[in-house]
Design a protein around this ligand. Structure first.
Ligand code: IMP
Ligand code: MG
Length: 185
């Protein structure tokens, strides 16, 4: 894998900016779910870093579960929304207040698929928190209740979000210069 400095285009959000926004979201969610028995569902793997920071900014005491999806028929940097469940929830969500946490909403296909699937399990409520929203790319309408930041139509990485499974460890979020990026062999 190339050194990320070789393909980094622009830092969109610094570690400090992310920390401040995630803290705000944690407080807002805690206010909105005060007195409720919240279940946070982290969509692996992209939302792992975000979810773990978000939880630590909550003043309520939610349960946590995780789901992992496998996309297929995917273009290089886009999702087809043809997703199957690779790892399902352990928790029965019937009658539960569920908050789904995702890294990025782009076309909306992935979230639409997961939301439809979870709705069939009759949760009391189902809301969505995404770190990044690529609004102009939306093809399928999805209601997103909490958004960290809006982002332009560019490929991003860092803070849990990968480029070809790398760069998840970086504390900031940056755009890729695809001209300079070499896909690992
Ligand atoms: P959607 O189904 O088109 O909304 O795509 C959402 C999924 O695509 C997210 O869960 C991300 O995993 C992935 N994705 C979309 N844009 C990016 C990006 O810029 N960097 C890394 N992953 C992305
Ligand atoms: Mg993803």
């Amino acid at each position: 894998m190339q050194d990320y400095h070789d393909f980094l285009d622009e830092i969109l959000f610094t570690q400090e900016q992310i920390e401040a926004r995630v803290a705000e979201l944690g407080k807002q969610i805690s206010r909105d779910y005060a007195g409720k028995d919240l279940l946070v569902v982290c969509l692996l793997r992209g939302a792992l870093v975000f979810t773990s920071d978000l939880l630590r900014h909550m003043t309520i005491d939610p349960e946590l579960d995780c789901m992992s999806l496998a996309s297929y028929g995917v273009g290089r940097y886009s999702s087809s929304g043809n997703v199957r469940v690779h790892l399902d929830l352990r928790t029965n969500i019937e009658g539960r207040d569920v908050l789904l946490v995702e890294d990025i909403v782009d076309s909306g296909r992935t979230l639409a698929h997961v939301l439809n699937m979870l709705r069939t399990r009759d949760p009391a409520s189902l809301r969505v928190c995404v770190l990044l929203d690529k609004k102009m790319r939306r093809e399928v309408p999805v209601q997103v209740d909490y958004v960290g930041f809006d982002v332009p139509d560019k490929y991003v990485f860092g803070y849990g979000i990968d480029i070809d499974e790398h760069c998840r460890h970086l504390p900031f979020i940056a755009t890729v210069d695809l001209e300079r990026y070499q896909k690992p062999s």
